[in-house]
Design a protein around this ligand. Structure first.
Ligand code: NAG
Length: 223
């Protein structure tokens, strides 16, 4: 009996030391007092399962190439919980990425998910950068059809089509809503703009260059 109590106490101590709040499922979730203004409960409200239909778990058309006629010459077609409601609480989602020749999916990261990407067509130069603790070591590879590459959670990564033909890749995520932060867009296209004095110092560039960068249209290549 004594042993049992000790084990119970130990088990409780261990489990409580691992307990933490659940991970966020969206960028922000500000607390409010009035439920009438509420939109999320860490993710989405749940439909009564009795009312669920197959279409909640269905999405069509990811085989269709999307137009890459934009500044970066690439387009991400994401299928997350916002497009497939049945993904709510399931912790998975996917994306298709189209690339024109020389098209780039610019340096970005996903705040809520790692990624595994499969090259389906074309030739992609891909890579991610480790954190400051590892002196920002760059991990890179060239992918051909059938090749897979993993991008760890939170690491800045990119893909560039280095082939002469269009390229296509499919990506899987361990989140219903992995999120997307494109570095250039977030830093130089912030709305309202970040004070230039911050960027001049941070990037060791002159005022003219920062003004130029902040005046660009930072295209969001995800639909
Ligand atoms: C779903 O349907 C079952 C069987 O008709 C019923 O017992 C149950 O209460 C329903 N659940 C909800 C949440 O409506």
């Amino acid at each position: 009996m004594k042993l049992f109590v000790i084990l119970l106490v130990c088990a409780f101590a261990i489990s409580s030391s691992f307990a933490s709040d659940p991970s966020p499922l969206q960028d922000i979730c500000v607390a409010i007092k009035e439920p009438k203004d509420a939109v999320f409960v860490n993710g989405k409200f749940c439909k009564n399962p009795n009312l669920t239909v197959a279409d909640d778990f269905f999405f069509q058309g990811l085989n269709i190439p999307q137009s890459t006629d934009n500044k970066v010459r690439s387009l991400i077609t994401g299928v997350d919980v916002n497009k497939m409601p049945g993904l709510n609480t399931l912790g998975v989602s996917v994306a298709r990425i189209d690339f024109a020749p020389n098209g780039v999916n610019p340096p970005h990261f996903h705040p809520r998910s790692s990624e595994i990407l499969m090259c389906m067509e074309g030739e992609l130069y891909v890579g991610f950068v480790l954190s400051n603790a590892f002196e920002n070591r760059f991990i890179t590879k060239v992918l051909k059809p059938g090749d897979l590459f993993a991008f760890p959670l939170g690491m800045i990564h990119f893909q560039l089509n280095i082939g002469k033909t269009p390229a296509v890749a499919f990506a899987s995520f361990g989140s219903q809503n992995p999120g997307l932060i494109t570095v250039g867009n977030a830093v130089f296209g912030a709305n309202p703009p970040i004070g230039p004095e911050v960027l001049i110092k941070a990037f060791q560039l002159d005022k003219k260059t920062i003004d130029y960068l902040q005046s660009q249209l930072w295209f969001n290549n995800r639909i």
